[in-house]
Design a protein around this ligand. Sequence first.
Ligand code: GLN
Length: 546
Amino acid sequence: MNKYIFVTGGVCSSLGKGVTASSLGCMLEARGLSVRMVKIDPYINVDAGTMSPYQHGEVYVTDDGAETDLDLGNYARYTRSPLSRANSITTGQIYQEVIRKERAGEFLGRTVQVIPHITDEIKARVYKVGESDDVDVTIVEIGGTVGDIESVPFLEAARQIMLEKGRKNAICVHLTLVPMVAGNELKTKPTQHSVKELQELGIQPDVLICRSVVPLDESLRRKIGLFCNVEFDAVISEYDVKTTIYEIPLILHDQKLDTIILERLGVESRHSDLKAWASVVDKFRNPTATVRIAIVGKYMDLGDSYKSVYEALFHGGIANQAKVELVKIDSSKLESIPDPGELLEGVDGVLIPGGFGERGIGGMIRAARYAREKGLPCFGICLGLQVMTIEFSRDVLGYADADSTEFVKGTKHPVINLLEEQVNVKDYGGTMRLGKSETRLKSGTRIREIYGQDAIFERHRHRYEVNNDYRAEMEKAGMVVGGLTTDGKLVESLEWPDHPWGIGVQFHPEFRSKPIEPHPLFKSFVAACRQRALSRPGSGAAHAAP
Ligand code: GLN
């Protein structure tokens, strides 16, 4: 069908545009449509790979190794849209390509301008995803807020696409905020202003989705519709949810948003099947136990820095009918206290996530030792595996100065060091070991049992590796190498000996977990944490088996 939905945002940022766009995708797939998702980020960075997790949250990695905005992670959790480099567009990429063409003389002497050259490049990228035969609807989320200088060329490109394709084939869904003031009064003025700004750019929204703390009543929706020139039934209330953001597709479906969109796009109505989704939400709402999982990382202040890890833990919880309580611990705090038990006592498992740089590593090493010694389930991801290697080398192999050359360049025992191909790399952008590759799992290992297959495909994003010079020694001391690259050269997974659950992986399994398809490693880890919780009063774990 090759239809388009542009999702824009008004009033302010952080309204949940990514989750709303994903929920639209989820609802349209439930109607049997083939959906694609595209994120536009108006920043000048070419990709998110060089951006600080503090500023921008998690960097989501696709199979083909693109380092993208975390909203692609939302798309992956809510929809089946294939996601690759093509699904993430930035101002940086657009300008890089237009300037390349200009230098190559492809514009034949013409003046190169925002309109038409930049907008043409934007449209070409959107069409590249949306015009393929197997695509019904492409949802294009335009990052930023209407009124930002940066997003103007993208909104102009969206306007042109709506004009070229016709309003039966391309529509605009605008997300706004209806704030509550003085404790109980909902205000529509900011929404009116943001729609006006959109109209000034030549875009009339077809649907308004209004974020608010409580549901909007009919009179308020009528007022918004009247002032914003949007039909009443297309003014949708997206109010704050209590249990989980996975409720959003159901809330929007209850207000018939999917039916309205199909009507606007001239698509024949078809049966909606959101049963699997409703069952996820139901399981979320009715856990039979609570497990407390400590995340010991360095980017703890921003909620989104480990977004996919947190979500994957929740998915593991769904699979085990357990409510997962995240205990977020800043690893540098663990460095200075006398006993790590002060922060880790009472948790049922520890997860050490990915990260870069030296700060806080000592705290992660302490957390790993605590978990290894106390038989506490421990899951190391990427940097987490490297930390587990350093800890084991220091304590079991007896190399007190064992380290990664990322943290101590000239260490005598570099148990983690640079990949051969990384030694001469100078540029930071897009130069790590990135994207999907195959890992072979060894029979008889824990990880082989968890995956239930010999060959697995997971995504990578790192420069450093377990140093093979220490591999045999570590194995002799009991560390189990569970997975290797197909050529047998790189360690992909390690397991602690004689431990209930101590696994580190060099790849990022969190990027592939979905609420309706929890990742096997997260499912197994949460199961082990649930088992551990049996001994903790108040977990509820003793009352019911999953
Ligand atoms: N800093 C480590 C490396 O580059 C780990 C990276 C990560 O955790 N994603 O290898």
